[in-house]
Design a protein. Structure first.
Length: 421
């Protein structure tokens, strides 16, 4: 069955569009980019896959990698894992890799002792002698002072490639701006606030809408947002979605994948116990019976359950406008936005650390926190493993035992420390 699946995937390679990895390589549209051992990316022929820590294999969505038994497991299934494929080279120029620097993340100090980069990156000098971050550990800083390459490779500036001793080549990476150390603060650069005011992008980026209706950031100023809501192009170019390039006359460059916008530091308006809207918005019932957000404070929710109007106005469903109670038309009505989930208690480890989604916080040996990728999981006493809810850790056999005696699944390892809130 897996062989048939692989043949089907290979047969579709020529038909599907490209997925751009952070290093500029390309995978098929329904693949997943997974980092390899040299800091580049390969392709897992599965959508939304789990990338295994051996840097060679990957697993199906909603499963975890069992490195001991070479399987993909969760509470109910055990499947063979999948070997990754090499990514294809970018068409012309590498994409910009983007790294978000979180508060509390470890940092390395650059030689000027004023700038710093995130842990597992490398400080490299820019043409103006300021410092930037290469998103690879122990990277090679190229002589053009604009690009960098993985460790143990050489910069081939003429061909914009990183050459290794095995003759394998990788696209060069663009550097990212270094940030000022906290004891050497610089004036804060203006952020670009996206429509609706809920999120923002770095200065010189462009807000572009994502398929979800939220906003992502295109790393070009005044960029062209492509109609697929996934890619963007430089100013004064046209998105050619069929070929995955940005056209300007007879010149073409690869499209860029958007990155997620940063939520603004605002509170939220709870609609019920599980979903909320951004501060300054109003919760309105949706046509499906759930909740949606009107991007106005104390708004009037229209009876069609699709639109809303400013406070103190009346919905005119026939004219699709928001009218003054005296009868004058004020403005077109607004469409609602999707709500976002409130963080559940079991995702919050302490006041500064949390785990993603519905995973479970478990204590580590160092009295920190790690995340078990299961809901309401059992944290094992060795502070290294966890088991599904309702099972018992059998450390001697390395299994999760069912009190009723059913066949036990293997222990799961915690997925690293929780993220800083």
């Amino acid at each position: 069955m897996m062989l048939q699946l692989r043949i089907l995937v290979l047969a579709l390679l020529g038909l599907s569009s490209a997925l751009v990895c952070p290093d500029g390589g390309m995978c098929e549209d329904n693949d997943t980019c997974c980092m390899n051992a040299v800091g580049g990316y390969g392709c897992c022929a599965l959508p939304h896959a789990e990338c295994c820590s051996d840097h060679l294999h990957c697993c199906f969505e909603a499963t975890v990698c069992d490195l001991v038994h070479s399987k993909c497991v969760n509470k109910t299934v055990s499947l063979p894992w999948v070997r990754r494929l090499p990514a294809k080279q970018a068409l012309l120029v590498p994409r910009v890799a983007v790294t978000k620097i979180e508060e509390g993340m470890k940092a390395i100090t650059c030689p000027d002792e004023v700038s710093e980069c995130p842990d597992d990156t490398t400080c490299c000098q820019l043409p103006d002698d300021s410092w930037a971050c290469c998103p690879l550990p122990k990277a090679v800083c190229c002589e053009d002072k604009r690009h960098c390459c993985p460790e143990n490779t050489k910069c081939d500036i003429a061909h914009s490639k990183c050459q290794s001793s095995s003759l394998e080549s990788f696209p060069m990476l663009e550097k990212l701006p270094a940030r000022r150390r906290k004891n050497n603060p610089a004036p804060v650069a203006d952020a670009v606030t996206c429509p609706g005011g809920k999120s923002s992008c770095p200065e010189s980026y462009t807000c572009c809408q994502l398929p979800s209706g939220d906003y992502g950031c295109c790393p070009y100023p005044q960029a062209s947002c492509c109609s697929d809501h996934l890619h963007c192009c430089p100013s004064n170019t046209i998105c050619d979605l069929e070929h995955g390039v940005c056209q300007s006359g007879e010149t073409s460059v690869p499209m860029l994948k958007k990155i997620a916008a940063v939520p603004n530091d605002v509170g939220d308006v709870p609609c019920n116990g599980s979903v909320a809207c951004a501060e300054g918005s109003t919760c309105c019932k949706s046509s499906e019976g759930g909740w949606a957000c009107c991007p106005l404070p104390k708004a009037t929710c229209c009876e069609d359950h699709l639109h809303c109007c400013p406070h103190g106005t009346v919905c005119n469903l026939a004219a699709s406008t928001c009218d003054d109670p005296s009868g004058g038309t004020l403005m077109p009505w607004l469409s609602k936005l999707p709500v976002f989930p409130l963080v559940s208690d079991n995702s919050k480890c302490d006041e500064s650390t949390s785990c993603p989604g519905k995973s479970t916080c478990c204590k580590t040996e160092a009295e920190g926190w790690a995340c078990c990728p299961l809901t309401e999981a059992t944290c094992c006493e060795d502070h290294l493993h966890c088991c599904p809810h309702g099972t018992v850790c059998n450390l001697e056999a390395e299994t999760c035992d069912d009190p009723a005696g059913a066949a036990p699944p293997p222990l799961l390892g915690g997925e690293g420390p929780g993220s800083d809130l």
